[in-house]
Ligand binder design. Structure first.
Ligand SMILES: C[S@@+](CC[C@H](N)C(=O)[O-])C[C@H]1O[C@@H](n2cnc3c(N)ncnc32)[C@H](O)[C@@H]1O
Length: 447
């Protein structure tokens, strides 16, 4: 594949993400397959797609001054200009001459000569005049929004929740590529044994930064290793690995995972139980249940029973007080995983947050009676939004006085986390440890 086409595939991918609100990671994978993008070009394509998506607001701000005289351009032209400016500003290794040439070629073949000359004109002006200095924007919300490409409403919301300094650090971290991490299947081997095995095979990996089950890989895709196919590891973010630790399932217990697909935490729970007992893994969507089963098969776990079921109706399916432990890893806005899914910051709205909080509350309320007295309930999300996290737990505890916060959870979680843990709950922000942003609350039922 010629490099020109890589940029064209980038334009097509970004156009579809915008038009169909498709998830960037899923769409990019299918475009790579469809256009048979070779190994060498995948890195550049990924960088251009993610980079220009991550910095969309910033790039549009850079472009606005140069597009002033042009009438509103078509979406594909805007995207072509964005990816070109992205490469000019953020990618040192691509010569500007090549960027301009290829942008003009794409404009010619997708549009006509007039558009090609507009694209050429805009990019040449950027080259000549340089981009505006975002640090000069005086309003702090607007400056942070444009500098780190997060919508203003989100920056404002986070500033109210965390203050300017934390919000700034978080927004900057959201622009960084995520570290590749995996969870070691400790039913089969230890972290040290797996690291030795990987390093012997030339795969560079080292212990994780936060979770005791975690490793991080520097080069190559851990999902393509023999260790992955042999069920020795599972791709998972380190903050996510803390959830099963907080739940602390014991051998032979009966556990409910109310929102389980694709099965990252169910399989961890099942591993922690050493393949004994039973984990009932529910998910609303039939097609996602298949993903849980695939992971359980790969890891050779016999103690997971996955089924499609709406957790808002579990009382029709299970008996009250029949579970030792329950996990609600709830559907959420995903504001903690913006590094991986940048489209989230442009598509999710405050209305979504409110609807999600309602759903989260309904699920928690429904599963609560299923827990035995003395049992543990863990609620987690991959968001950093107070309304979906602390507020949901606060309301749940008000409505369910038989539940209390389980501060003992701090003994189960890494020492490093202690300063962020209080009253059995922790909000991890992405810049604390370079992990996803995550919320975990651990509760106990009296009795
Ligand atoms: C955050 S994801 C779970 C991730 C999973 N625990 C893991 O670690 O791989 C939330 C899941 O909840 C599911 N979900 C949404 N509404 C649900 C409902 N009413 N009942 C059961 N599952 C639901 C979604 O399909 C989604 O797969």
């Amino acid at each position: 594949m010629k490099t020109t086409n890589v940029r064209d595939v980038a334009v097509e991918t970004l156009l579809q993400i915008e038009k169909n609100q498709a998830y960037s990671h899923l769409l990019l994978n299918s475009m790579i397959k469809k256009h048979k993008v070779n190994e060498k070009d995948i890195a550049l394509l990924t960088e251009i797609v993610y980079g220009s998506l991550q910095r969309r607001i910033t790039l549009d701000y850079f472009l606005a001054g140069f597009l002033k005289k042009a009438k509103k351009v078509e979406p594909w032209v805007q995207i072509l200009l964005r990816i070109s400016i992205y490469q000019m500003v953020y990618l040192d290794r691509v010569p500007e001459r090549a960027i301009l040439f290829e942008a003009v070629e794409i404009a010619k073949h997708r549009g006509h000569k007039g558009i090609a000359s507009l694209v050429n004109g805009v990019l040449r002006s950027v080259q000549r005049e340089g981009i505006p200095d975002v640090e000069k924007i005086s309003d702090p919300v607007e400056r942070l929004s444009i500098k780190t490409s997060h919508p203003q409403w989100l920056v404002e919301k986070w500033m109210n929740q965390f203050g300017l300094e934390e919000t700034e650090k978080m927004c900057e971290t959201n622009l960084l590529p995520p570290t590749q991490t995996a969870r070691v299947n400790q039913m089969k081997l230890t972290v040290d044994e797996l690291l030795l095995d990987l390093n012997n095979k030339g795969i560079m990996a080292e212990p994780g930064d936060l979770a005791e089950d975690g490793i991080k890989g520097s080069k190559g895709n851990l999902a393509l290793t023999d260790a992955f196919s042999e069920g020795l590891l599972t791709i998972q973010d380190e903050s996510s690995m803390l959830v099963a630790r907080a739940l602390d399932p014991q051998r032979e217990e009966k556990v409910l995972d109310a929102c389980a697909a694709p099965g990252g935490k169910s399989t961890h729970i099942a591993e922690r139980m050493n393949g004994t007992g039973i984990v009932h893994s529910l998910d609303l969507h039939e097609h996602k249940v298949k993903l849980i089963n695939q992971q359980a098969d790969r890891l050779d776990l016999q103690n997971i029973q996955a089924e499609a079921f709406d957790s808002r109706k579990v009382l029709e399916r299970f008996e009250k007080a029949s579970f030792d432990r329950i996990l609600v890893d709830a559907p959420c806005s995903g504001f903690g995983v913006i590094r991986r899914k940048p489209d989230i910051k442009y598509t999710k709205t405050q209305d979504d947050v409110l609807k999600l909080a309602e759903l989260q509350h309904k699920i928690l309320q429904e599963v609560a009676p299923l827990l035995k007295g003395g049992g543990v309930l863990v609620y987690s999300t991959c968001t950093i939004d107070q309304e979906e996290n602390g507020d949901v737990i606060e309301t749940f505890l008000e409505n369910n006085p038989e539940f209390v916060r389980n501060d003992a959870v701090k003994e189960l979680l890494p020492e490093k986390l202690a300063r962020y843990l209080s009253n059995g709950e922790v909000q991890i922000l992405p810049h604390y440890f370079g992990t996803d942003g995550f919320y975990i609350a651990c509760l106990r039922k009296k009795g």
